[in-house]
Design a protein around this ligand. Sequence first.
Ligand code: CP
Length: 327
Amino acid sequence: MKPLFKGKHFITLEEWEKSEIDKLLEVSLELKEKFKTNVLTDFLKNKTSFLMFFEQSTRTRNSMEAGIAQLGGHANFLDTSTMQISHGETGKDTAIILSSYGHGIACRNCFWTLGNKFIREMAQHATVPVMNLQCDLYHPFQGLADLMTIQEVKPKLNNLKVSIIWAYATSHKKPISVPLTQSLLFPRYGMDVVLAHPKGYELPEWVIAKAKQNAQENGGRFTVTNDMESAYKDADIVIPKNWGSWASNTSDDVIDEVLEANKHWKCSEKMMKLAKKDVKYMHALPADRGNEVEDSVIDGPQSIVYQEAENRLHTAKAVMAMTMGDK
Ligand code: CP
């Protein structure tokens, strides 16, 4: 398998052509099949990837670590609180040095207004591909796995009603990177995308404008509503998930009056009944069970959350195999 996109950074799918994303999806499916049939896939033999985390992770860390091992390489997990970054070392110096030690640098940094800037600073100076493991704005690995999962369960994407719906949660003030990535990506595939949220949880205006442009250029639709029920109505896919009010309120506080006024934004069996009979429920996970979603929905027959999470492994491997390579 040749690294067709060797050296290309993976920071946002907006910087990847549709044909390139399609190739990543094709490779993901191929690697999924090979994984399940125990076929050796040592395309990154003896290659090293550095995984820098400013925040917690279950899926992203483990899909990358297991993924590169299955590709014949090795991942160094780096908790950034134990790196000299925590003493002020720059992204530039970190990127130059890690580039000289290995073949790829991946980083999660979700701090509002800082995360994407930090990853781009590293990309500017790295001589190996830099991969975004989630920042304040984008979560491209999640977007790719979501697209793969949707294509597996609903192969005809044109006019598919996909509703990205805000949901109540109290676990932490979550980044906007998942709904933002989905809002930009899905209209490029001709989907009828609805973004629903209560007032106060708007995504930045430039995101809405770009999502509409992506829809117009690709035969999709993108609409925004404050009406939860209309988002569920006749939906083919629902993605009810919490995100923070970062665009209008930069406070780190998790719970405030606006949040508490919207407890009823929960994915319930009642809401799911408004959707099409064969609707699928998705969530990037972790889910705030009981708040974002009723157990009977996330554990029920319409839920494809574990398939979605599994596809994080196959898409992570595809991105690494296609971007990392020899010096
Ligand atoms: N969906 C996702 O990114 O999960 P983690 O935070 O566990 O990596």
